[in-house]
Design a binder for this molecule. Structure first.
Ligand SMILES: CC(C)(COP(=O)(O)OP(=O)(O)OC[C@H]1O[C@@H](n2cnc3c(N)ncnc32)[C@H](O)[C@@H]1OP(=O)(O)O)[C@@H](O)C(=O)NCCC(=O)NCCS
Length: 256
């Protein structure tokens, strides 16, 4: 047993599933049980999802391994993101499930790899990865965006995050959320999202505005102005409607 609690639990669950469902045994062996570390399992899974006629899985795996090896903070964030999903998503009962199946988790980890290359003067490769992530997962995150740890993208289909967006730790967001520009200005043009924020499905947060720590954004809202910390906004355009009971609503079990 390693001292990595998240990885130990993933292996225990994979062994149990392989025992009770023989049809999945080979899949669980190749994705999880044959690997010594979570990082190795993750790079195998992501490379398989992102391979294409332009770049095979072996080459992708070497690149993903390189990013994970050179920046160990990515591995820490991966574990924090798995903890986030397990604690907040009532439909998720193990770390194994997001690792294998959740495209919100896959797209976020693949973005972390693309961001590594973006910040290490390999922007052409980072943009290639952004394009493949968008095709494979329907999640379009510019590799220049900065995203913290303890993040959950639930469902995640149609999420868009722009180049100059910044997302602090412990953030939760549903599908079809845009953190985008207004189309009216250049430069630093995307939202800044504080710690512990929760953004509901379909919300559009537009412009270089700040959503304060612990704020909640209702589903379907269009947010065009700063949101005060610890405030719930909703509607089109979004207006304050309530004050969250929890200081960091992203950490709530979102009960979906
Ligand atoms: C905003 C939200 C987080 C609730 O926050 P809350 O602090 O508990 O707020 P309340 O439910 O008390 O609602 C406060 C007011 O805002 C209104 N409101 C709530 N959500 C709204 C929304 N998305 N759009 C417009 N108005 C909304 C309520 O009707 C209520 O209005 P009232 O005071 O006139 O009665 C929740 O409604 C929401 O949108 N969650 C996102 C869930 C999601 O994305 N689900 C997708 C699952 S796949």
């Amino acid at each position: 047993m390693s001292r990595d609690e998240v990885w130990n639990r993933i292996r225990v669950d994979a062994e149990a599933d392989a025992g009770t469902e023989p049809a999945l045994a080979s899949f669980l062996h190749s994705t999880v049980l044959s690997h010594p570390r979570l990082e190795d399992s993750l790079s195998y899974i992501l490379a398989g999802k992102l391979e294409s006629s332009a770049m095979n899985a072996l080459t992708l795996r070497q690149l993903i391994d390189e990013a994970l090896r050179e920046d160990p903070a990515i591995g820490s964030s991966v574990r924090e993101d798995l903890r986030a999903v397990l604690s907040r998503d009532p439909a998720c009962r193990s770390y194994l499930v997001p690792l294998l199946y959740f495209k919100g988790f896959h797209s976020l980890q693949a973005y972390r790899v693309a961001h590594y290359f973006w910040t290490h003067d390999r922007t052409a490769l980072a943009l290639y990865l952004q394009s493949r992530i968008s095709e494979a997962f329907a999640v379009d995150i510019h590799p220049g965006a900065r995203i913290g740890k303890g993040i959950m993208f639930d469902h995640a289909t149609s999420v868009v995050i722009g180049e100059t967006a910044v997302v602090e730790d412990d953030f939760s967001m549903l599908h079809e959320v845009t953190l985008g520009g207004t189309g009216k200005v250049g430069g630093d043009r995307h939202p800044k999202i504080g710690r512990g924020v929760m953004i509901g499905a379909g919300a559009k947060v537009l412009g270089n505005i700040r959503v304060g720590e612990g704020a909640k954004v209702g589903a379907g809202s269009v947010v065009l102005e700063d949101v005060a910390p610890f405030t719930t906004v909703a509607g089109v355009p979004a207006r304050p409607v309530a004050y969250p009971a929890n200081a960091h609503p992203a950490l709530d079990d979102i009960g979906l």
